[in-house]
Design a protein around this ligand. Structure first.
Ligand code: SF4
Length: 374
């Protein structure tokens, strides 16, 4: 459940729709209100022109323009990554991360990619996480609360003041499919006016919550799905991701088959490289075999050790490279190695740390967010 709030976010679409319908206000005013709030974040409700008169008292009594606030912003030294620390209405903090890519520097089919500078925003869907993945410090803090759909959307609003966001990835703190209703609502808001993101530009990452995977495909078709597989066999998966016990690998792969058949989209497979755990040649072959009937892109993620929190070590570059060669060369699977970004601000995978700039603790938490960036 989302934490109880005194007045909701204007970006909580179901609440706003319900309240408007109660007093017969056209829902067509909603995108107009959002657009005004985005352009004028410090506005008062009375500033918004041309709303039906019944809208003003309703907005005053039930909603806030932004229910969260941007507490601080930390830039990486290279200016490529920006970490946003956002304070929710209940006093908890979450992080969102902006990553900037210059596609003109890349090559695609021998030509520079179109598009130029683009930004991807990684958003959080929960405070904490109950999945307990051992390589992720978020897992060690347990689950605190779900974000409302408005709080998820507000991360995009805060980020849009700093950068033009073209892609959104649900790879921040939390398991998005464990906060399913808010996730779907937030995505619907992002797809509509005034945000108008394309579903192809939104990626939802999951550890493999089987029952929700195909529901998501039906509820929001066209999204990208990223699956944190991290091991080619169930026992290693359970060792590094205890929640995987509830999601047997065989059943997960069956669900992904159905998902791919229905969606006709490739699936992104995330694989964190842990020295001596899942990075041996036999694991590469097992993974290749497991994925042989899928259209996938495998993303190998160099592990970022998080202080002394972790029992794991990073795989050597040679091992990562060998793993990639086997998947590509022997099993013909498109395989990339994730570029590390933002390590100097703890904004890289598994390193996102909710730290106030003065390093004081927040509500006694040392929140470390996994960023499953795919
Ligand atoms: S890796 Fe993702 S699902 Fe696992 S504990 Fe961390 S935030 Fe939760």
């Amino acid at each position: 459940m989302a934490a109880k709030r005194s007045s909701g976010s204007i970006f909580d679409a179901p609440d706003l729709r319900r309240e408007f319908e109660k007093v017969d206000i056209s829902l067509n005013f909603i995108p107009f209100i959002w657009k005004y709030v985005i352009k004028n974040p410090n506005c008062k409700w009375d500033d918004i022109p041309n709303l039906p008169s019944a809208a003003y008292p309703l907005l005053h009594s039930k909603f806030r323009t932004l229910s969260s606030s941007l507490h601080s912003v930390v830039e990486s030294n290279d200016g490529v990554t920006t970490k946003l620390l956002i304070r929710l209405q209940n006093g908890a903090f979450v992080e969102a991360v902006i990553m900037r890519y210059d596609t003109r520097l890349g090559k695609y089919g021998g030509k520079p990619r179109p598009g130029g500078l683009r930004s991807t925003l990684c958003v959080s869907s929960q405070v904490g996480c109950k999945m307990g993945c051992k390589f992720c410090a978020t897992g060690s803090m347990g689950f605190k609360n779900n974000l409302s759909s408005g709080e998820i959307v507000e991360q995009l609003v805060h980020a849009s003041y700093l950068s033009q966001i073209r892609n959104v990835v649900f790879m921040g703190m939390g398991e998005p499919l464990n906060n399913y209703a808010a996730l779907v609502e937030a995505i619907h808001v992002m797809l509509g006016p005034p945000f108008q993101l394309s579903p192809k530009k939104i990626t939802v990452s999951t550890v493999g919550v089987i029952h929700a995977i195909n529901k998501l495909q039906k509820d929001v078709p066209g999204l990208n799905l990223a699956v944190s597989l991290h091991a080619p066999v169930q026992d290693i998966r359970c060792h590094i991701m205890p929640a995987a016990r509830a999601f047997p690998l065989e059943k997960l792969m069956d669900a992904l088959q159905v998902y791919q058949k229905n969606s006709q989209q490739k699936i992104f497979i995330e694989y964190i490289m842990l020295d001596g755990v899942n990075d041996e040649e036999q694991h590469a072959h097992q993974l290749g075999k497991l994925l042989e009937n899928f259209e996938v892109v495998v993303n190998l993620i160099p592990f970022n050790p998080i202080g002394n929190l972790s029992e794991f070590r990073s795989s050597s570059e040679e091992k990562v490279s060998r793993f990639q060669i086997i998947l590509r060369g022997v099993h013909n699977i498109r395989t990339t190695v994730r570029k590390q970004m933002g390590q100097d601000i703890s904004g890289a995978c598994g390193q996102l740390v909710v730290n106030l700039p003065d390093n004081s603790s927040i509500n006694g938490l040392t929140d470390i967010e996994d960023l499953h960036l795919r």
